[in-house]
Ligand binder design. Structure first.
Ligand code: DP6
Length: 339
């Protein structure tokens, strides 16, 4: 993953991840440190591509997005500012000062609770470090990706099953791989009920979380829940994993809905997919739902059940379309540059 020679231009591809135990609540906003540990599965199909190129001194950093039609366009102001700040952070880490041209593209809906920031900021981190000709171990890349502000990016730096411990010290705040992707072939059928960007950011959700009366209760239950998830991954037991991840997802939303300024990410389609998951289980399919900060539902299942799950979910009235994903690997460099 680390280039052998200095390159002025690099492209990296990184995947989104789906949290089994959710990160919801920050204990340090500046250092982007979580209150509780989280565990996720890195995905394979939902990917961000990022190209970074050094520009001659005197130029200004430029941030572009590639549209679905393949056209490169200037990124919206707010997004561009976040990217520029991260590029500066990475340049300072590398001990250089250089403007850059950055282009990014997601092959899945952005800002809709599908961890597009985790994939995007991981790809950006790896591409910029590559373009700067620097080497970094995955743990260091994970810390750098996290400092972008997208804490869950700390997990997308690794493939397979990943824990982000709550870590007492800033440097301990990196992801740790619990198992590689080939250890357990799990599928994720994503029911897209609304592909539009969510109206309340995760950052706002993290801030508001401790104001919910259910916040403390979830924190008390998390150590036991995390243990079950670690054990379920170790022994590849979906019937052990499933009920716990579904419970944790529902509780994240319970906290969000009951925080001082309530956040409702769920839509009618969200409930319809949750209900369909329960029915499919009654019919003997091993399928469990989880939902990040958005209305779209991730259905975790075994490869042998996946076609039936995908067909059922696709037939639901409120479901726009499905993304058929599975466990995937770490970010990688790629020669297909965006410019
Ligand atoms: C609900 O702060 O990492 O997905 O800023 O959108 O990248 P972004 O989100 P982040 O919070 C993630 C919240 C979550 C749960 C999780 O992924 O652990």
């Amino acid at each position: 993953m680390t280039p052998k020679r200095r390159k002025a231009k690099a492209t990296a591809v990184a995947a989104a991840n789906i949290a089994f135990i959710k990160y919801w609540g920050m204990r340090d906003e500046e250092l982007v440190l979580p209150v509780n540990p989280s565990i996720s599965m890195t995905l394979d199909a939902c990917k961000s591509r990022c190209t970074a190129e050094l520009l001659p001194g005197g130029a200004e950093t430029e941030v572009l997005l590639r549209s679905t039609y393949g056209k490169l366009e200037p990124a919206p102001e707010r997004f561009a500012r976040g990217v520029e700040a991260h590029v500066e952070r990475l340049a300072a880490w590398a001990g250089v000062s250089s403007p850059m041209r950055i282009a990014a593209h997601n092959n899945f809906p952005t800002g809709a609770g599908l961890a597009s920031s985790a994939a995007g900021f991981t790809a950006l981190t790896v591409a910029v470090v590559g373009a700067l000709g620097k080497k970094a171990e995955p743990t260091e890349l994970s810390v750098l990706a996290r400092l972008s502000g997208s804490g869950s990016a700390a997990r997308s730096v690794f493939g397979g099953y990943v824990e982000w411990p709550a870590g007492e010290h800033e440097d301990a705040g990196h992801g740790v791989q619990l198992a590689p992707p080939e250890y357990w072939d799990l599928c994720n059928v994503v029911a897209i009920v609304d592909p539009r960007p969510k109206s309340v950011s995760s950052r706002e959700g993290h801030r508001l979380a401790p104001t919910s009366p259910y916040w403390e209760r979830r924190q008390e239950e998390l150590p036991a829940r995390l243990d079950v998830v670690r054990r379920a991954i170790a022994v590849r037991d979906l019937e052990l994993l499933g009920p716990v991840i579904e419970k944790d997802a529902v509780e994240l939303h319970l906290v969000a809905m009951s925080s001082e300024r309530p956040i409702f990410y769920w839509q009618a389609g969200t409930l319809a997919v949750l209900e369909a998951a329960r029915r499919m289980r009654d019919e003997g399919l091993q399928v469990y739902a989880t939902i990040d900060a958005g209305p779209n539902v991730h259905l975790i299942c075994r490869p042998e059940d996946e076609p039936a799950v995908a067909a059922r979910v696709r037939s639901l009235e409120h479901v726009d379309y499905v993304i058929r994903d599975r466990v995937g690997g770490p970010p990688a460099f790629d020669d297909r540059h965006l410019f």
